[in-house]
Design a protein around this ligand. Structure first.
Ligand SMILES: *Cc1c(COP(=O)(O)O)cnc(C)c1O
Length: 469
């Protein structure tokens, strides 16, 4: 299977190269040239299978023979053995027709682990096969960084440099990035927002000389392999609740649009998803876009759900490419307009967007109220990102008795201050993370400046040094 760029001028690549590349050389994102599908029988046969087995069924359709099936299964088993729950992503019923899909049982307590633990193994495997090293640079609004550092710590083939917005991630999130001692992982605080961090990473990838010299690889949700790895739990959860014989709906706390795009992919592959609901906090650029057909930046407000404090949702470009008829000239024009004037219009407008998605945003007061109400009604403790999903699910009910599945993207213990302020109780960290809050931290602070960040990466990473030696 080949992958093409949304911007139309980067070379088509196979799965292994897309895995290592992250962003395409023309600034676009890779998407499969054609969409694979699973028949109803194939979907039905996923019922009762172990999570790593479902992962292999899904991923092998996209990997185009890059891995032998038993190699892939071994990697998936190893990746998901790091999870603290035997079902990997268990479903919890909290109401009639209302389910929580807990995606946070991995080592950093956020759904990013589901994809990252597998991605690290796939990358190591490919690099080993090619006798190469790579330097991973990534931006994080909180959870990606910890998941990447955790997944790659100690890797012989990969160095990791993660940029995070200084002062805008929680203590637990920061410590997950700054406490690992392995010399191949680095957390860097940037004096700016998440969007600044993301722009710096894009800047490094667009500096082709630097990109080649350092063998840059990306693990942000722009990395196609991460999206694919997230498709697995849509299938696993839907089948557990009766798909393909009955449809289900998903509500997804959304930031960079990676997770919900995986749901869109699952639907394209044949999974009967009745409604795909975007849940946002007050940073409501996506619900506004669905309602008006205009994608318009208005600035980011910090909230109790920091991983959704985003207004450049990178993966939305993948959706636009598909929904607007794979017109890369149009994508280039829209992205240029966004860079210049902070807005662009979606061809097809709200009619097109609302055919594929429903969307709702929640204020901070509504998030707090939903957390309290959920706790009282069912005993369930949802953290603020998940609460945005719960609110969106409530406001965008599917017609008829379709099971609604809300993705729980983080463990409440990742946001203890917010939870204590809202519920008056402080969720405890799982025992395996007890030393996190006392371990020594290691971090660097850099200005929002591409040259400064590039020289930091150049000094720390082994890929460039090795080439010069
Ligand atoms: C990353 C993240 C999100 C947003 O996911 P996207 O794929 O970026 O849309 C939501 N909640 C939590 C807890 C996250 O870490």
């Amino acid at each position: 299977m080949k992958y093409i760029s949304t911007r139309g001028s980067a070379p088509a690549l196979g799965f292994e190269d897309v895995l290592l590349a992250g962003l395409a050389r023309d600034g676009g994102l890779y998407v499969p040239e054609t969409w694979p599908t699973l028949s109803r029988e194939a979907i039905a046969s996923l019922a009762g299978r172990l999570f790593p087995e479902v992962a292999v069924e899904v991923i092998s359709l996209f990997a185009g023979g890059a891995f032998a099936r038993d190699e892939l299964l071994d990697m998936a088993k190893a990746a998901y053995a790091t999870f603290g729950h035997p079902a990997v992503t268990p479903l919890v019923q909290i109401g009639s027709n209302l389910w929580i899909l807990e995606l946070f049982h991995g080592p950093t307590l956020a759904f990013k682990d589901v994809a990252m633990q597998l991605l690290a193994r796939l990358m190591d495997h490919v690099l080993k096969r090619r006798g190469r090293r790579a330097t991973i640079v990534g931006a994080t609004s909180g959870d990606t960084g910890g998941a990447a550092i955790e997944a790659f710590r100690g890797s012989a083939a990969v160095d990791v440099v993660i940029l995070y917005p200084a002062g805008r991630v929680s203590d637990v999130q920061r410590r997950m990035m700054t406490t690992p001692r392995e010399p191949n992982v680095h957390a860097v605080a940037i004096d700016g927002t998440f969007d600044d961090c993301q722009a710096l990473v894009k800047g490094m990838f667009n500096d082709h000389a630097f990109r080649d010299r350092m063998h840059l690889a990306g693990v942000n949700s722009i990395n196609w392999a991460r999206i694919v790895a997230q498709v697995t739990y849509y299938f696993a959860a839907a089948v557990a609740l009766g798909a393909p014989h009955r449809p289900v709906s998903f509500a997804v706390p959304t930031g960079n649009f990676g997770d919900i795009f995986a749901g869109y992919v699952a639907r394209r592959m044949g999974l009967p998803i009745e409604r795909l609901v975007i849940g946002s906090n007050v940073n409501d650029i996506l619900p506004r876009t669905v309602a008006t057909g205009v994608y318009e930046k208005r600035g980011v407000t910090p909230t109790t759900s920091p991983s959704m404090d985003i207004e450049v949702s990178s993966n939305f470009e993948r959706y636009l490419f598909e929904a607007q008829g794979r017109d890369s000239a149009l994508i280039r024009a829209q992205m240029a307009a966004l860079a210049q004037s902070g807005r662009f219009e979606v061809k097809g407008g709200p009619e097109l967007l609302s055919r594929d998605f429903a969307a709702a945003s929640a204020t901070e007061a509504e998030v707090a109220e939903a957390i309290r109400r959920t706790r009282e009604a069912s005993g369930y403790m949802a953290e603020p990102h998940t609460a945005c999903g719960l609110i969106a699910a409530e406001r965008c009910l599917p017609p008829g008795p379709v099971p609604q599945i809300v993705l729980a993207t983080a463990h409440p213990a990742k946001f203890p201050d917010a939870m204590e302020a809202i519920l008056g109780e402080r969720p405890g960290l799982p025992p395996r993370l007890f030393s996190l809050m006392t371990d020594e931290e290691r971090t660097s602070l850099l200005p929002n400046d591409l040259a400064a960040v590039e020289s930091f990466v150049e000094e720390r990473a082994r890929a460039g040094a090795e080439r010069m030696a």
